[in-house]
Design a binder for this molecule. Structure first.
Ligand SMILES: *Cc1c(COP(=O)(O)O)cnc(C)c1O
Length: 309
């Protein structure tokens, strides 16, 4: 069986290389058919469950994870139910429905939607977790396999962190490809700093609340494995403002003509803002993780609102 994700372009960015005085390489996960890197891991997990006879796939994400499950279900010929809370934007629901998934609107918060999704599970109905599953990380790790195959050996990797699934996959991929010494700059927005919060507390803690326009980073607690990697791999945690994330998305549109969510803008920001940790790196790999929950109009509106605050 061919994987559900595609091999994405690895582009050397002239505009970003100029700003940072390093060679900046973009791994273009925004080009995945579902619009984000999530397809790598979720594709692997969905395929595994469908192969063992699961009859329905369930997700509790109204974002890129839910969309990736919907896409995989359609490709694998298995029905999908995505449970989302009442606060989910109409546009997100439409996008998921356009992949032929059934959308169930249930619950005031994500937790309530998730509890409802769990109640729908059974022996032949499987819930696909958005970031906490070893098989999912294995799928995300293919991103680094492709980079290694290209011959590039980065001196640093920059990525964003929500629940830490991408982080776990990328670090696993680095170890698998003889790149265990490559540091990772792990970026979050101030209002979703679950990894940074754990690092400053010195233990695996949960945030009380999430407050950011980068909704795809909105996990209150990172996966236990992401926290564990922090003591086994050089992971530099960094937080940026919502405004920096949004402005980075707008710059990226002009520089590369590709639209990404603020969750992805978070990873672009340290390069645009010349983070000191990247100064002495010759080759920087930037994971352009993508995301469909965005429009040019929305970015401009966020920028204006955040500037006036
Ligand atoms: C899910 C997602 C993230 C965060 O990924 P985690 O695995 O939860 O850390 C970042 N950016 C986008 C666009 C996403 O969809």
């Amino acid at each position: 069986m061919n994987p559900l994700h595609i091999k994405t372009p690895l582009l050397e960015s002239t505009p970003l290389s100029r700003i940072s005085a390093s060679r900046v390489w973009l791994k273009m996960e925004a080009m995945q058919p579902s619009g984000s890197f999530k397809l790598r891991g979720i594709g692997r997990v969905c395929y595994h469950h469908v192969s063992r006879g699961v009859q329905r796939l369930i997700s509790s994400s109204g974002g890129n994870a839910g969309l990736a499950v919907a896409y995989c279900g359609r490709k694998l010929g298995v029905p999908v139910t995505v449970v989302v809370p009442v606060s989910t934007p109409e546009r997100a629901i439409d996008t998921i429905r356009s992949e032929q998934a059934e959308v169930v609107i249930n619950g005031e918060s994500w937790q309530e939607a998730h509890d409802h999704a769990l109640s729908l599970c059974g022996p032949d109905r499987e819930l696909i977790h958005p970031f906490d599953d070893p098989l999912l990380w294995e799928g995300h790790a293919t991103l680094i396999d492709e980079v290694a195959e290209s011959g590039l050996r980065p001196d640093a990797v920059v990525l964003s962190v929500g629940g830490g699934g991408l982080l776990c996959g990328v670090v696993e991929g680095l170890h698998k490809n003889g790149l265990a010494d490559t540091p990772v700059l792990a970026v979050e927005t101030d209002g979703a700093a679950s990894l940074a919060g754990s690092l400053s507390a010195g233990s695996h803690v949960e945030l009380e609340r999430i407050a950011t326009v980068a909704t795809s980073l909105g996990a209150k607690k990172v996966a236990a494995m992401a926290w564990e990697w922090c003591s086994r791999h050089e992971i530099i945690s960094h937080c940026i403002s919502d405004l920096e994330a949004v402005e980075s998305c707008l710059k990226f549109v002009d520089d590369h003509r590709v639209l990404v969510e603020p969750a992805c803008g978070a990873a672009l920001a340290p390069v645009y803002c010349q983070h000191p940790g990247l100064r002495d790196k010759n080759q920087i790999l930037l994971v352009v993780c993508g995301g469909v929950g965005v429009s040019l109009e929305q970015l401009t509106q966020w920028k204006n609102e955040l500037k006036s605050n």
